[in-house]
Ligand binder design. Structure first.
Ligand code: SF4
Length: 262
């Protein structure tokens, strides 16, 4: 079982287990697109994104709730929207996904979600089809160990552990063994979503407990519109300067707004 919440776990047939389960931009259309990386250590880099469906957490401010909050899932979310699974998921073979990724002509691939590491075996197959011509970057909430065959192909992890304001229980969101392993992996960059100035206390405690080098830590304002990000950036920039963390903007929100496929 690759998902902590049974409500979020579809009954998968053996055939479907061999496929990727992707998010959809519109019904039937997999969310594979070229754009600029909007966040973190690779911000501004041209790349292709592939967005996987399903997540093992449930952040109250999640901006991709269409990847996990399907009808019948009543875990709290501030928009209180639920999504019809069939209209928001697409099953796709790794071969077809690789062909669509290569057709977009970028040499950098960002695998995002949802929580993509829930589909580690299928991603390992995809990565093998793309190697060595595509640099692979994975965005994760940091709770799932990478499949070893996938890990061998990954150049960079963007790890975003979820703080208390996400609404997830600490026992699900902050797993000591996983955090220690990410901290020890020089490919892993940490990105903490910050909603209030007091969130810095939790970041400081985590980085000290797990020996996370501050040079690999980004603080990013929570916000799904440019005005909220700008307002929070003013005090967050000062906190970054004070504590030696990098600031991460949300470039894609400024460029495109909060829309799928960007
Ligand atoms: S971990 Fe990411 S995809 Fe999952 S609920 Fe939180 S923000 Fe959304």
């Amino acid at each position: 079982m690759d998902c902590v919440h049974s409500v979020n776990t579809p009954a998968l047939s053996p055939a479907r287990l061999a496929m990727l389960t992707l998010a959809a931009t519109t019904p039937g259309e997999p969310e594979i697109f070229a754009s600029l990386q909007g966040e973190g250590a690779s911000q501004g880099q041209p790349c292709t994104f592939i967005r996987l469906s399903r997540c093992n957490l449930a952040c109250v401010w999640c901006d991709t709730a269409y990847t996990w909050r399907f009808d019948g899932d009543n875990r709290p979310h501030r928009d209180d929207l639920s999504f019809e699974r069939g209209a928001n998921q697409v099953a796709m073979s790794e071969e077809d996904a690789a062909a669509q990724i290569l057709a977009l002509g970028q040499t950098r691939l960002v695998i995002t979600g949802g929580e993509p590491l829930l589909q580690g075996a299928a991603l390992a197959k995809l990565a093998a089809l793309l190697a060595p011509n595509v640099r692979i970057e994975i965005e994760t909430n940091g709770t799932v160990a990478p499949h070893p065959a996938l890990d061998a192909h990954v150049a960079q992890y963007n790890v975003s552990p979820k703080l208390a304001h996400s609404g997830n229980p600490e026992a699900l969101a902050l797993l000591p063994e996983r955090l220690a392993q990410w901290a020890a992996d020089p490919r892993a960059w940490f990105k903490f979503v910050i909603a209030e100035p007091s969130d810095i206390d939790e970041v400081l405690a985590l980085t000290e407990r797990y020996l996370v080098p501050r040079s690999r830590v980004y603080l990013m304002p929570e916000g799904r519109d440019a005005a909220t990000i700008a307002r929070r950036s003013r005090w967050l920039a000062a906190l970054c300067l004070q504590h030696g963390f990098a600031y991460a903007d949300r470039l894609h929100i400024h460029l495109y707004g909060d829309t799928r496929g960007t």
